[in-house]
Write a protein that binds this ligand. Structure first.
Ligand code: NDP
Length: 305
């Protein structure tokens, strides 16, 4: 089935940036979206399917995910469903096995599932372990399980991590105070999985001991910011690790901040819709020439980590 013309027309009209030169994807192109039952994830799934891809919508709770995927199917979109709890290694394994048996592989992975317990001025770290486990380790574990299933293609497979400006390494506000750690995370020579894991476990240990307020961590939404800082660093690290794959087997990985979005996560207090929050993620997933990898975007523009 060719991609619906209406999508292309909408793409050209709504956005001032250049549309893709031509559509490299088809209904054979398979995209997996985590946390697809609601919010930004649901919108990413809907928009990718609206562009003509086959979307595997996943959710940790089957009823909610089936309801969401059925709603998209009723629109005539090519959407399949599978359960995925990003905190559960068995669930990740079952998804990977099912994909291999059912589709043989995937072309796009959008790591969207995430949680945040802070609202307004609240900066509780009561749930820090869960936040770091879901946002960082969930993204990492799902990526590592599905990368072996990413299919060879001339345009490259793509991973898009839904992250946040709150996790910026060198933002003027809300950054790590430890300059040495910032530099090590920024430098691709010193950036490593062990460094990122050590950073988050040091944070979680300080939370447990009650010493984190003097630990030099981001001041705002601290646990969430640390988790997204780790996602951003992981994105850059994976881009480097994947960069030596030969032509035809490339995998490009980028992350983006959707903005402040009206979803359950913000108590619907954001200033943009989930549809707009999904836009840059969908754009990154579908870029025509995506030699770009290991970068951070917002509103379809690259921003500094
Ligand atoms: P929502 O709370 O609406 O959606 C979060 C989604 O993640 C839900 O589908 C939720 O499932 C799912 N999820 C949570 N934990 C797990 C898990 N263990 N396994 C699988 N799925 C899980 O929030 P948003 O749509 O706003 O958030 C989507 C992404 O965007 C997140 O990564 C978030 O950090 C990021 N983001 C959002 C911003 C905003 O302003 N809204 C700003 C910056 C980034 P369930 O329904 O079962 O809870």
């Amino acid at each position: 089935m060719p991609a619906p013309l209406i999508s292309v027309v909408r793409w050209c009209c709504v956005h001032d940036q250049s549309p893709p030169l031509h559509m490299w994807w088809s209904s054979e192109t398979v995209a997996v979206v985590t946390g697809g039952n609601r919010g930004i994830g649901f919108e990413i799934a809907r928009q990718l399917a609206d562009h003509g891809l086959t979307v595997i919508l996943t959710s940790r709770e089957s009823n909610a995910g089936l309801e969401a995927s059925n709603a998209l199917k009723e629109l005539g979109l090519s959407v399949d469903y599978h359960q995925l709890d990003v905190l559960d290694s068995l669930s990740i394994k079952k998804l990977a096995e099912w994909i291999e048996q059912t589709y043989g592989g995937i072309d796009v992975l959008v790591n969207n599932a995430g949680i945040n317990y802070n609202l307004g001025a609240d900066n509780s770290v009561e749930h820090a372990q869960n936040v770091v486990a879901t946002n960082y380790y969930g993204t990492k574990n799902v990526s590592q399980a599905l990368i072996p299933l990413m299919r060879p293609s001339a345009v490259g497979a793509r991973i898009v991590n839904v992250s946040s400006r709150l996790g910026r390494l060198n933002g003027r506000r809300n950054r790590l105070e430890d300059k040495d750690l910032r530099e090590k995370l920024a430098n691709l020579e010193t950036l490593s999985e062990e460094l990122i894991d050590r950073m988050v476990s040091t944070f979680l240990q300080q939370v447990e001991e009650g010493t984190y307020p003097s630990g030099g961590w981001p001041q705002m939404f601290t646990d969430y910011s640390v988790s997204k800082l780790a996602v951003n660093a992981f994105t850059r690290l994976m881009a480097k690790m994947l960069s030596d794959r030969p032509d035809g087997q490339k995998i490009y990985i980028n992350c983006y901040c959707p903005g402040w979005v009206k979803t359950a996560m913000t108590g619907w207090a954001g200033n943009i819709s989930a549809e707009d929050g999904a836009d840059t993620g969908v754009w990154l997933a579908l870029l025509q020439e995506q030699a770009i990898t290991g970068k951070f975007f917002a509103e379809r523009r690259e921003i500094n980590f």
